[in-house]
Design a protein around this ligand. Structure first.
Ligand code: KG4
Length: 351
């Protein structure tokens, strides 16, 4: 079954053709990073205007490089949330129009579900019974969550960030340090050769007063990155010069270390609490090589196999959306066409 996926939840305009959920025939992405770089973050109106301009060409290119046509695909899939409303609307409008015109089914996919599925975007993908139940760490520009998946399509949110996402914390730090956008890859590069123990940045929630807890998730499995960002800002303000050279390398290495440790610490806690056959890491921040090393060490320590997302599918893409849609079809769910976008869509079990 060949599915044409469409993804426009944020600042990537993407389309892909995927066969049987994991054979990626094409994965076309127009990244708008250059358009948003001057602002140090994504500007919603610029994002949606670029989706309007680019999406038709990106869909045509995805079909052509897959060697497919509108007639030869079997279904369409589209992200309908969470994300920027004005961006999601462009993808959904395009997908609905095509589905109606072609008389083919349209499957709505949750963007986070796409990221969680992205670890399977390879041909030697393991069988469900080998990997589920699985613990998923989802770390992207907009979310940081620990999700227990008892089987495909079963999501139990164990913990989440109570403020910034890990990627957002990296992006904001790069702005504070005048390094550019997006922050994750630049901080990783600048941290090379730096001392990760030079500055003890907070790991969030564990370090300071335990105050009143108003969230429904276990505090020990939740993240907080806003204090870390403030701590960096305070550190930089105290210096009487803009950091550079070894000093800058140490700051970046220590900041990256704090984020990775905060993520890995909670992952390990969840692994102790919930017996699983495997654990996984997906989303843009999962490209980070220190995070990958630390997750690998957890796997070696616990003996629980780790599934990492292939680098090509870590940041936003439409292959993961088409892949997750196939899984829904395989499980016999999700063929109800999404009526509208939902910017705050939550992960829920498939019925
Ligand atoms: O998954 P993604 O495209 O965003 C959402 O779906 O929200 O991830 C983008 C995020 C950005 O915050 C970016 O700074 C971060 O992923 N990122 C990285 C790396 N490459 C991208 N973070 C850490 N290390 C990297 N190498």
């Amino acid at each position: 079954m060949k599915i044409l996926g469409i993804e426009t939840s944020c600042d990537e305009t993407a389309a892909a053709v995927v066969e049987n959920g994991c054979i990626v025939l094409s994965n076309t992405i127009y990244s708008q990073i250059e358009k948003h770089r001057p602002y140090g973050g994504v500007v919603p109106e610029i994002a949606s205007r670029n989706h309007v301009a680019k999406l038709p060409g990106i869909i045509a290119e995805a079909l052509e490089s897959a060697g497919e046509t509108y007639d030869s695909i079997d279904a369409l899939a589209v992200t309908y949330g969470p994300g920027l409303a004005s961006s999601l609307l462009i993808g959904l409008a395009a997908a609905k129009t095509l589905a109606q015109r072609l008389d083919k089914p349209l499957i709505g996919v949750n963007h986070h579900e796409g990221h969680l599925h992205s670890i399977f975007m390879k041909e030697d993908t393991p069988a469900s019974e080998e990997v589920f139940p699985m613990l998923g760490l989802l770390v992207s520009g907009g979310d940081s969550s620990l999700v227990l998946m008892r089987g495909p399509g079963h999501y139990e949110l164990l913990g989440s960030t109570i403020d910034d996402a890990a990627g957002e914390a990296l992006d904001k730090a790069a702005t504070v340090l005048n390094l550019g956008y997006p922050g994750g890859p630049i901080i990783q590069k600048t941290a090379e050769g730096g001392d990760p123990s030079a500055i003890r940045f907070p790991r969030g929630l564990d370090s300071v007063d335990r105050g009143k807890w108003i969230y429904k998730y276990d505090r020990n499995l939740c993240f907080s990155f806003s204090g870390l960002k403030t701590s960096l800002l305070t550190h930089v303000k105290k210096l009487d010069h803009p950091p550079e050279g070894d000093e800058l390398r140490d700051i970046c290495a220590s900041y990256q270390e704090a984020i990775c440790e905060a993520l890995v610490m909670r992952t390990e806690r969840a692994l102790k609490k919930f017996p699983v056959k495997s654990f996984s890491c997906a989303g843009g921040v999962s490209l980070n090589k220190i995070l990958r090393q630390k997750m690998q060490s957890v796997s070696e320590r616990t003996g629980i196999p780790l599934l990492l997302c292939p680098p090509a599918y870590c940041t936003d893409n439409a292959a993961m959306i088409a892949g997750a849609a196939y899984e829904k079809v395989r499980m016999g769910v999700g063929l109800v066409e999404p009526i509208d976008v939902n910017p705050n869509l939550r992960l829920t079990d498939w019925e």
